[in-house]
Design a protein around this ligand. Structure first.
Ligand code: SAM
Length: 254
């Protein structure tokens, strides 16, 4: 599969390219020099209007996601939540409001500037049931069987080793734990020429995995009841006839 050759050739390059891309975007927000949008620039896309109403405007704008994993997660008081690729911390903040003081939220991200932005946003909101950890989602700095719900929003498409991400998610979830994610996938294999375009990959486009392979990789990690909840925002990947689009997926650890 094309994605495997990408892993062997470019895994370090991909992490560096993606980190640089999001470091710049986080630094611009920290400086007050820009706003955000889906993947490329911050956007807050996909959330119900009232979900963000209680947050300061600049905190609510610190979103590079491609959907709303929070509604999908149906969080409950007291749960322990992990967000893979937590960025500016928006989903962690929304999760922390829902799990309450008896719950706990961990965000993991590999970009120091994003971690700084996330800590700043948490301080602005004044919640005390969140922490952010530096790390790679392919090797999570989280203990096994310790998490009730895993979120991820527009991040796994950026990983050079998606099966490793799903194996790690499975490892850290408790039995009957839920994986609720939003991500970009494709309706076919991405051609090698597009795979080599790291800037496109960093914008959440050419790193997309074919949807059926993506779901198979989640199942291969051990998850059950894996299904797509909805699909939105289709676009043709430039120079190809492949469509990329956002999906929300839920899955459970048996
Ligand atoms: C498109 S942004 C999404 C951020 C956030 N989930 C949101 O919805 O706003 C991708 C984020 O994932 C992080 N990221 C990408 N690949 C990663 C990896 N392999 N390990 C850890 N973090 C990663 C980036 O640093 C960036 O903060």
């Amino acid at each position: 599969m094309a994605t495997n050759s990408l892993i062997q050739i470019q895994d370090i390059d991909i992490h560096d390219e993606v980190r640089g891309h999001y470091a710049t975007r986080a630094a611009n927000l920290l400086d007050g020099a820009a706003t955000a949008s889906c993947c490329a620039e911050p956007c807050s896309c996909g959330y119900p209007a009232d979900a963000l109403a209680a947050l300061p405007a600049d905190v609510a704008q610190a979103s590079w996601g491609c959907g709303d994993p929070i509604s999908l997660a149906a969080l409950q008081l007291g749960q322990r939540v992990l967000d893979l690729g937590s960025g500016g911390g928006l989903d962690c903040l929304l999760a922390a409001q829902r799990v309450g003081k008896s719950g706990w939220v961990i965000g993991v991200d590999m970009t120091p500037e994003m971690l700084s932005l996330a800590w700043r946003n948490v301080a602005k909101v004044g919640l005390h049931n969140i922490e952010f950890r530096y790390g790679h989602i392919e090797h999570l700095p989280v203990e096994s069987d310790s998490i009730d719900v895993i979120l991820s929003n527009c991040v796994i498409n950026l990983s050079p080793d998606k099966p490793a991400v799903f194996r790690e998610a499975y490892r850290v979830l408790r039995t009957k734990g839920k994986f609720a994610l939003s991500d970009v996938v494709a309706d076919g294999d991405i051609p090698a020429s597009a795979l080599a375009d790291l800037e496109s990959l960093a914008r959440c486009a050419s790193g997309a995995m074919k949807e059926s392979d993506y779901l198979d990789a989640i199942r291969a990690a051990g998850f059950q009841d894996v299904h797509v909840v909805d699909r939105t925002s289709a676009a043709t990947l430039p120079g190809t006839d492949v469509q990329t689009y956002s999906v929300r997926v839920e899955a459970y650890k048996p």
